[in-house]
Design a protein around this ligand. Structure first.
Ligand SMILES: [Zn+2]
Ligand SMILES: [Zn+2]
Length: 154
């Protein structure tokens, strides 16, 4: 969803609030994660003395499978993001913090989803101290104290 921001780009002091849910169509393109609720993006685009910044918080509920014990949980992830919006890139640097407003438009959904995917942990755990599955009998060691490991350690 493209958003016209010509007014913010042109007029210092202009603030455009941002409060949107990322469309299901957009989320359907993300194959790595299962979303449990719409992804929310809340923030603003503001022109401070000619410098245009896009600031927002992206919040997502994901259905994740624990890497250690394989239990499925729903977890909420929330990240604060900030970008500088420019009409054209002045240097060749491919800096992620810069957003190019092509035709005075930006796509906040696309930007937020890209940021979210970069921030999400690669390893998902049901809880930080998850004990995982027993390598000997395969039971969930958060639930059952099977004792296999004790025998091995002696
Ligand atoms: Zn776990
Ligand atoms: Zn065991």
């Amino acid at each position: 969803m493209q958003m016209k921001i010509g007014n913010v780009l042109d007029v210092p002091g202009t603030v455009m609030p941002l409060d949107l849910c990322v469309s299901e169509e957009r989320l359907a393109q993300v194959h790595r994660y299962v979303f449990d609720a719409p992804v929310r993006v809340v923030g603003q685009i503001a022109n401070h003395a000619g410098a245009v910044t896009l600031e927002f918080r992206v919040t997502a509920s994901l259905r994740v499978t624990c890497d250690r014990c394989l239990k499925e949980t729903v977890q909420e992830f929330s990240y604060a993001e900030a970008h500088t919006v420019v009409r054209k890139l002045v240097s060749e640097d491919e800096d992620d913090s810069y957003i190019l407003a092509e035709g005075e438009c930006i796509d906040p959904e696309e930007i937020a989803v890209t940021d979210l995917l970069l921030e999400l942990p690669t390893k998902m755990l049901c809880k930080e101290d998850c004990k995982g599955l027993c390598p000997v009998c395969g039971c969930n060691r958060n639930v059952t104290d099977c004792g296999c490991m004790k025998d091995q350690i002696g």
